[in-house]
Ligand binder design. Structure first.
Ligand SMILES: C[S@@+](CC[C@H](N)C(=O)[O-])C[C@H]1O[C@@H](n2cnc3c(N)ncnc32)[C@H](O)[C@@H]1O
Length: 229
Protein backbone atom coordinates (compact mmCIF):
# COMPACT_ATOMS: atom_id res chain seq x y z
CA UNK A 1 0.00 0.00 0.00
CA UNK A 2 1.43 3.35 -1.07
CA UNK A 3 1.94 5.82 1.75
CA UNK A 4 2.18 9.49 0.76
CA UNK A 5 3.72 10.34 4.15
CA UNK A 6 6.85 8.47 3.04
CA UNK A 7 7.21 10.90 0.13
CA UNK A 8 7.14 13.94 2.37
CA UNK A 9 10.54 15.31 3.28
CA UNK A 10 10.79 17.39 6.49
CA UNK A 11 10.40 20.58 4.42
CA UNK A 12 7.24 19.33 2.71
CA UNK A 13 5.87 18.07 6.04
CA UNK A 14 6.47 21.53 7.53
CA UNK A 15 4.59 23.21 4.65
CA UNK A 16 1.65 20.82 5.08
CA UNK A 17 1.60 21.39 8.85
CA UNK A 18 0.77 25.09 8.35
CA UNK A 19 -2.23 24.48 6.07
CA UNK A 20 -5.54 25.09 7.87
CA UNK A 21 -8.60 22.94 7.14
CA UNK A 22 -10.26 24.46 4.09
CA UNK A 23 -12.78 23.84 1.35
CA UNK A 24 -10.46 24.67 -1.54
CA UNK A 25 -6.75 25.14 -2.07
CA UNK A 26 -4.34 25.91 -4.88
CA UNK A 27 -0.73 24.78 -4.79
CA UNK A 28 1.13 27.22 -7.04
CA UNK A 29 4.35 25.61 -8.34
CA UNK A 30 3.20 22.15 -7.28
CA UNK A 31 5.92 20.21 -9.17
CA UNK A 32 5.63 16.64 -7.74
CA UNK A 33 2.27 17.52 -6.05
CA UNK A 34 3.22 15.56 -2.91
CA UNK A 35 1.90 18.27 -0.56
CA UNK A 36 -1.36 18.51 -2.52
CA UNK A 37 -1.78 14.72 -2.47
CA UNK A 38 -1.07 14.55 1.27
CA UNK A 39 -3.61 17.31 2.02
CA UNK A 40 -6.23 15.56 -0.11
CA UNK A 41 -5.58 12.18 1.56
CA UNK A 42 -5.86 13.73 5.03
CA UNK A 43 -9.01 15.65 4.10
CA UNK A 44 -7.37 18.94 5.13
CA UNK A 45 -8.47 20.51 1.85
CA UNK A 46 -11.57 19.20 0.09
CA UNK A 47 -10.80 20.45 -3.45
CA UNK A 48 -7.27 21.12 -4.67
CA UNK A 49 -5.80 22.72 -7.78
CA UNK A 50 -2.20 21.64 -8.31
CA UNK A 51 -0.83 24.35 -10.60
CA UNK A 52 2.51 24.81 -12.31
CA UNK A 53 3.90 27.09 -14.99
CA UNK A 54 5.65 24.17 -16.74
CA UNK A 55 4.16 21.16 -18.50
CA UNK A 56 6.93 18.76 -17.35
CA UNK A 57 6.30 19.13 -13.61
CA UNK A 58 2.55 19.09 -14.23
CA UNK A 59 2.83 15.73 -16.02
CA UNK A 60 4.77 14.37 -13.04
CA UNK A 61 2.08 15.79 -10.73
CA UNK A 62 -0.64 14.05 -12.80
CA UNK A 63 1.20 10.71 -12.57
CA UNK A 64 1.53 11.02 -8.78
CA UNK A 65 -2.08 12.13 -8.34
CA UNK A 66 -3.23 9.01 -10.26
CA UNK A 67 -0.78 6.77 -8.39
CA UNK A 68 -2.10 7.88 -5.01
CA UNK A 69 -5.70 7.76 -6.30
CA UNK A 70 -6.74 11.30 -5.42
CA UNK A 71 -7.88 12.28 -8.95
CA UNK A 72 -11.38 13.07 -7.69
CA UNK A 73 -10.01 15.68 -5.27
CA UNK A 74 -6.93 17.09 -7.03
CA UNK A 75 -6.94 18.61 -10.50
CA UNK A 76 -3.89 19.95 -12.31
CA UNK A 77 -3.72 23.28 -14.08
CA UNK A 78 -1.11 24.92 -16.28
CA UNK A 79 -0.85 28.41 -14.83
CA UNK A 80 1.67 31.18 -14.40
CA UNK A 81 1.10 32.05 -10.74
CA UNK A 82 -2.59 32.76 -10.13
CA UNK A 83 -3.26 33.53 -13.83
CA UNK A 84 -5.62 30.56 -14.37
CA UNK A 85 -7.13 30.60 -10.88
CA UNK A 86 -10.48 32.39 -10.67
CA UNK A 87 -11.36 34.92 -7.99
CA UNK A 88 -12.64 33.09 -4.92
CA UNK A 89 -11.74 29.65 -6.34
CA UNK A 90 -9.22 28.84 -3.59
CA UNK A 91 -9.59 29.57 0.09
CA UNK A 92 -5.94 28.76 0.72
CA UNK A 93 -2.84 29.11 -1.48
CA UNK A 94 0.50 27.39 -1.08
CA UNK A 95 3.53 28.93 -2.78
CA UNK A 96 6.59 26.95 -1.78
CA UNK A 97 10.11 26.08 -2.78
CA UNK A 98 10.80 29.39 -4.52
CA UNK A 99 12.76 32.54 -3.76
CA UNK A 100 11.06 35.17 -1.60
CA UNK A 101 11.08 37.66 -4.46
CA UNK A 102 9.33 35.24 -6.83
CA UNK A 103 6.72 34.44 -4.15
CA UNK A 104 6.05 38.17 -3.65
CA UNK A 105 5.73 38.62 -7.43
CA UNK A 106 3.21 35.76 -7.61
CA UNK A 107 1.24 37.26 -4.69
CA UNK A 108 0.76 40.46 -6.69
CA UNK A 109 -2.01 38.68 -8.65
CA UNK A 110 -3.55 36.55 -5.93
CA UNK A 111 -7.26 35.83 -6.29
CA UNK A 112 -8.90 36.57 -2.97
CA UNK A 113 -7.52 33.68 -0.92
CA UNK A 114 -7.93 33.76 2.84
CA UNK A 115 -4.82 31.82 3.85
CA UNK A 116 -1.33 31.84 2.33
CA UNK A 117 1.24 29.19 3.16
CA UNK A 118 4.58 30.44 1.89
CA UNK A 119 7.94 28.71 1.97
CA UNK A 120 10.84 30.77 0.67
CA UNK A 121 14.25 29.38 -0.20
CA UNK A 122 15.91 32.82 -0.15
CA UNK A 123 15.12 36.50 0.51
CA UNK A 124 13.39 35.97 3.86
CA UNK A 125 13.60 39.66 4.69
CA UNK A 126 12.26 40.69 1.29
CA UNK A 127 9.18 38.46 1.56
CA UNK A 128 8.31 39.40 5.16
CA UNK A 129 8.79 43.06 4.29
CA UNK A 130 6.50 42.61 1.28
CA UNK A 131 3.83 40.91 3.42
CA UNK A 132 3.94 43.52 6.17
CA UNK A 133 3.69 46.42 3.71
CA UNK A 134 0.96 44.85 1.55
CA UNK A 135 -1.72 44.25 4.16
CA UNK A 136 -0.82 40.72 5.28
CA UNK A 137 -0.35 39.49 8.83
CA UNK A 138 1.98 36.61 9.64
CA UNK A 139 -0.15 34.31 11.84
CA UNK A 140 2.14 31.32 12.20
CA UNK A 141 5.60 30.13 11.22
CA UNK A 142 7.50 26.85 11.32
CA UNK A 143 11.11 25.76 11.00
CA UNK A 144 12.67 22.46 9.94
CA UNK A 145 15.97 20.82 9.17
CA UNK A 146 16.43 18.74 6.02
CA UNK A 147 19.79 17.17 5.32
CA UNK A 148 22.17 19.97 6.27
CA UNK A 149 19.84 22.84 5.41
CA UNK A 150 17.26 24.67 7.48
CA UNK A 151 14.02 26.11 6.17
CA UNK A 152 11.17 28.22 7.49
CA UNK A 153 7.59 28.66 6.29
CA UNK A 154 4.86 31.21 6.92
CA UNK A 155 1.09 31.14 7.32
CA UNK A 156 -0.18 34.62 6.42
CA UNK A 157 -3.66 36.09 6.23
CA UNK A 158 -5.05 39.34 4.89
CA UNK A 159 -5.08 41.99 7.61
CA UNK A 160 -3.72 45.41 8.25
CA UNK A 161 -0.06 44.62 7.75
CA UNK A 162 2.32 44.81 10.70
CA UNK A 163 5.47 46.52 11.85
CA UNK A 164 8.42 44.17 11.95
CA UNK A 165 11.93 44.77 13.26
CA UNK A 166 14.94 43.90 11.07
CA UNK A 167 15.50 40.71 13.09
CA UNK A 168 11.82 39.71 12.81
CA UNK A 169 11.99 40.19 9.04
CA UNK A 170 15.03 37.91 8.84
CA UNK A 171 14.20 35.21 11.41
CA UNK A 172 10.40 35.44 11.67
CA UNK A 173 8.19 37.22 14.24
CA UNK A 174 6.25 34.12 15.29
CA UNK A 175 9.38 31.96 15.52
CA UNK A 176 10.99 34.58 17.78
CA UNK A 177 7.87 34.65 19.96
CA UNK A 178 7.16 30.89 20.06
CA UNK A 179 10.75 29.57 20.05
CA UNK A 180 9.98 26.05 18.74
CA UNK A 181 12.52 23.24 19.39
CA UNK A 182 14.69 24.01 16.32
CA UNK A 183 14.63 27.79 16.89
CA UNK A 184 18.11 28.22 18.33
CA UNK A 185 19.64 25.84 15.76
CA UNK A 186 18.05 28.04 13.12
CA UNK A 187 19.44 31.26 14.62
CA UNK A 188 22.91 29.61 14.75
CA UNK A 189 22.44 28.55 11.11
CA UNK A 190 21.61 32.15 10.08
CA UNK A 191 24.43 33.51 12.26
CA UNK A 192 26.91 31.24 10.47
CA UNK A 193 25.65 32.61 7.12
CA UNK A 194 26.25 36.18 8.31
CA UNK A 195 29.68 35.39 9.71
CA UNK A 196 30.63 33.89 6.34
CA UNK A 197 29.37 36.98 4.50
CA UNK A 198 31.27 39.27 6.88
CA UNK A 199 34.47 37.26 6.50
CA UNK A 200 34.34 37.64 2.71
CA UNK A 201 33.24 41.25 2.73
CA UNK A 202 35.69 44.00 2.02
CA UNK A 203 35.38 47.24 4.01
CA UNK A 204 32.58 49.13 2.36
CA UNK A 205 31.18 52.58 2.77
CA UNK A 206 27.65 51.58 1.74
CA UNK A 207 26.64 50.66 5.28
CA UNK A 208 26.10 47.01 4.25
CA UNK A 209 28.83 45.76 6.56
CA UNK A 210 27.38 47.73 9.49
CA UNK A 211 23.99 46.15 8.78
CA UNK A 212 25.42 42.63 8.91
CA UNK A 213 27.34 43.45 12.11
CA UNK A 214 24.07 44.72 13.60
CA UNK A 215 22.26 41.48 12.64
CA UNK A 216 25.12 39.37 14.00
CA UNK A 217 24.79 41.12 17.36
CA UNK A 218 21.01 40.71 17.33
CA UNK A 219 21.30 36.95 16.62
CA UNK A 220 23.87 36.61 19.38
CA UNK A 221 21.43 38.31 21.77
CA UNK A 222 18.73 35.79 20.82
CA UNK A 223 21.16 32.93 21.43
CA UNK A 224 21.84 34.16 24.97
CA UNK A 225 18.33 32.87 25.87
CA UNK A 226 19.26 29.33 24.76
CA UNK A 227 19.52 27.47 28.02
CA UNK A 228 20.79 24.33 26.19
CA UNK A 229 23.32 26.15 24.03
C1 LIG B 1 11.57 24.10 -6.75
S1 LIG B 1 9.98 23.66 -7.29
C2 LIG B 1 9.10 23.59 -5.77
C3 LIG B 1 8.05 22.55 -5.81
C4 LIG B 1 7.21 22.43 -4.54
N1 LIG B 1 6.34 23.57 -4.38
C5 LIG B 1 8.11 22.27 -3.32
O1 LIG B 1 8.09 23.14 -2.44
O2 LIG B 1 8.83 21.26 -3.25
C6 LIG B 1 9.36 25.11 -8.03
C7 LIG B 1 8.19 24.84 -8.96
O3 LIG B 1 7.51 26.06 -9.18
C8 LIG B 1 7.21 26.18 -10.54
N2 LIG B 1 7.06 27.63 -10.80
C9 LIG B 1 8.02 28.58 -10.85
N3 LIG B 1 7.49 29.79 -11.10
C10 LIG B 1 6.14 29.60 -11.20
C11 LIG B 1 5.04 30.45 -11.50
N4 LIG B 1 5.21 31.75 -11.72
N5 LIG B 1 3.80 29.92 -11.53
C12 LIG B 1 3.61 28.60 -11.33
N6 LIG B 1 4.60 27.73 -11.08
C13 LIG B 1 5.85 28.22 -11.01
C14 LIG B 1 8.35 25.50 -11.25
O4 LIG B 1 7.98 25.09 -12.55
C15 LIG B 1 8.63 24.32 -10.31
O5 LIG B 1 7.88 23.18 -10.65
Amino acid sequence: MLNIEKSLTPRLRMIASLVPECESLCDIGTDHAYVAIYLAKKGIAKKIIAADIKKGPLMQAEKNIALFEVDSKVETRLSNGFEKISVGEAECAIIAGMGGETIAEILENEKGCRYFVLQMQTAHKYLREYLSSHGYVICDEAVCKEDRKMYTAILAMRGEGQNLSETEKEIGPVLIKKRPPLFYDYVRYRLYEIETILKNMKDSTSGKKEHFIYLKEEYEKLLKDDTNG
